[in-house]
Design a protein around this ligand. Sequence first.
Ligand code: SF4
Length: 218
Amino acid sequence: MGTDVTRRKSPDSAEDLIPDKPTIPSLQEAAADCRACDLWERGTQTVFGEGRRRAKIMLIGEQPGNEEDLQGKPFVGPAGRLLDEALEQAGIDRKQTYVTNIVKHFKWEARGKRRIHKKPNSTEIEACRPWLEAEIATVKPAVIVCLGATAAQALLGKQFRVTRQRGEFIPSPLAQFVMATVHPSSILRAPDERTRHQEMHRFIEDLERIAHVLSSNE
Ligand code: SF4
C-alpha cells in the first residue's frame, strides 16, 4: 500500500519539472513524465506543443483530443485539419507556427466505446500552466492566438468573452499581439453546412488579421 501512495503523490504544479535553461526538446522530454495533476492517468501520453522554435505565431488550444492523444502530437485530428485549411486560406504556413494547448493530457469520459472530450477544470489548468509559460518564454512569439474560450480565459482572464472580443488584439504582457478566436472544433460542431461555412469564413478573417499585423510590423 505504501508503494502505491508514493507513486500517486504528485506536486500540484509542473513548476518543479521545468529544466534549467529550457529548450523545446528539453521541455518535451521533461513533460513526458509529468504527474502534476491526475490527467496523466487517463491520457495515453503527454501531448506537448510543437512547431518552429522561434515561431512568430503561437496558437494555443484547450487540450489534445482523441487522435492527438494517440499520436502524441497537437492538432492532428479533425480540428487540426480544419485549422490547417484556415491557416492556409489566411496565408499563414503552419510550419512557421508553434501549436500547443493549455493542458497537455487528453481529458475524456467513456460514452459507449468512444472517448468523449471533457473540459479541463481550473486545478488541471493551473497545474499545467508552467509548461505553457515555459513554451512562451522559450519560443517568444510575436503573436499569441488563443483558440476557444478555455484557452482565452486561462490566459486573458475569466471575464474574457470570445463571443464579444474575438478577433480583437488584447493588450497583454504575454506577447506583442494577443488575440482570441474560436476553437476549430466549434466550427466542426456547427449545426448545418451554411453555418459551418459562415463560421469558417469568420475564423479565416480572424487569422488574416494576424497575417496582416505581422507583415505590417516587419
Ligand atoms: S495535464 Fe499537464 S500538469 Fe497534468 S499531468 Fe499532464 S502535463 Fe502534467
